[in-house]
Design a protein around this ligand. Sequence first.
Ligand code: SAM
Length: 479
Amino acid sequence: MEEAAKLEKFMDWATTLGVSDSPFINVDEEEPQKPGLRQTPCCLGQSLTISYFPNAGGRGLCASRDLQKGRLILKVPKSALMTSQSLMMNDHNLSMSISKFSLSSNQILTVSLLNEVAKGKRSWWYPYLTQFPSNYDILASFNHFEMQALQLDDAIWAAEKALEKTKTEWKNATPVMEELMFKPHYLSFKAWIWASASISSRTMHIPWDPAGCFCPVGDFFNYAAPEDEQDVCEGVNEKQMDVKSTRLTDGVFEDDYDAYCFYARTNYKKGDQVLLSYGTYTNLELLEHYGFILNSNPNDKAYIPLPNDLHSLHSWPQDSLYIHHNGTPSFALLAAMRLWATPTHLHKSVRHVAYSGSVISNENETVVMEWLAKKCDNNLKNLSTSIEEDELLLSVVDREFESVMEVKNLLLGLTGESFEFLKVNGLLEDGVGSEMGLTKKTKRSLEKWKLAIWWRVKYKKMLHDCILYCTKVINDLSL
Ligand SMILES: C[S@@+](CC[C@H](N)C(=O)[O-])C[C@H]1O[C@@H](n2cnc3c(N)ncnc32)[C@H](O)[C@@H]1O
C-alpha cells in the first residue's frame, strides 16, 4: 500500500477512536464538543493538518487557522493510547510471558511493541504502526565509524554507553522474546534498536507508566526547544526543577478529559508548523534520544576540561560548569573560575562576590578570560579537523548522490575520514558497480555521518564563540 493510502487509513482509524483537533465546537466560547457531533469526516482539519517541513522535522502538524497561545488543539482519548498495559490487556500470551520475567518498564514496552508489530495486518494497531519510521538515527544506532566522527571523547563515550545499555537491555529481554516464539527477525538486535528508538523518540509521559505511551497523531508534532531555560535553570533547586519540567509540557495527560491534551505553546498563524517542546535538551541529548539536532538550540552546551583544583573550591554541580550555545560561560563556570583565579588567602573575603556573579577585580577577570580562551583554543587545535574543514565536508556530503561513482569522485582524496567512509561502506571494493545507486545501508550511514559532523561543528562553534567573548572582555577591561 502506498504511503498516502496508509496515512489515509490511519486518519480514518484515529477519527473513529475519537482523536480530535476541534475539542470545542465554538472556539470563542470554548464550549465542550459533544460526542458524535464532529462536523468534519476527519479528526484533523479544524485546527491542524498534516504537512511536510523539509528542514524542521519532516512530517509534522501545521496550523489550519490562526491558533492562540494556550488553546487546546488536539485531544487523544486514553483508549487510543498504545501502552504496555493496553497491549498486554489484549494479548494473554504476552501478559503471561511478561509476568514471568523481571523486566524494566522500558523493556516491557519494547517487547510488547515488537510482539504487536510481528502480528502485521492482524494487529488492531496496524493502521497506526504503519506510520512509524522504518529507521532512526539515535546515537545507539551509530556504528564505530559514525561514533568516531563525533570526535569529542565525551560524545563518543555517550554513544558507546547508549549502545551498551541498549545491548544489555536486549540480551536480558531475549528469554521472554524466545518464550513468545518471536521469529529471528523480531528477535534481532536490529529490531530491538528500532523498537527502543521508537519508544525513545515517540512516547509521551504518562503518570502510570515510566515507559510512557504512544499517542497516535499526537506523535506527529515536531520539536521546538523551550526558550530562556538557562536563566530559569541556573540556581534553582530540585523542587523548583520539578515545577519547571511541568511548566515545559505543552502536551499532558488530563484525567478530567481522560485524554492526552495538546495546547498551543505560542500564537500560530495559519500555515505555521505547530511545534511541541519535548523538554530541554542539548544537541547531544537530542541526538541520543531523538536522532536529530537543532541548528540553533538555545539549550545547547559545551563542556571543556577544567583545572583539577577548581572543584574543591565551590559547591556548584559539575554539569552547571559549561559554555552556553552563544559562547558565553555559564554563571556557575564564571563564579567558580573567578574563585579559582583568586589567591587562596583571599578566598574567604571574596567568596560572596564570586557567588553573587560579580566580577572580583579586573586582574582576576582577565586571568579567567585568558585561561578560558586558551583552553578553548587548545581544545579546538587538538581535534582532527577545523570548523572550516567540517563545513566543507558537510557541503559535500549534503548532496543528493545519484551513484556510487559520484560519491567516490567527491569523497576520494578529500579527507582521511571521507576515505574511511568509502572503505567501511564497502564502496572501494572491486565489483561495486560505479553506476549503481547507493544502497539503503550506505544512505543511512551517510545520514548519520552528516549528523555527527554537524554536531561537532556546532560544538566547535561554541568554543570559537567563547574565545571571541573572552577576547572582547579582555579588550574592554584594558580600555
Ligand atoms: C515525535 S516524532 C515527530 C514526528 C515525525 N516527524 C514523524 O514524521 O513521525 C519525533 C521525531 O521527529 C523528528 N523531529 C522532530 N522535531 C524535529 C526538528 N525540530 N528537527 C528535525 N527533526 C525533528 C525526529 O526524527 C524525531 O525523532
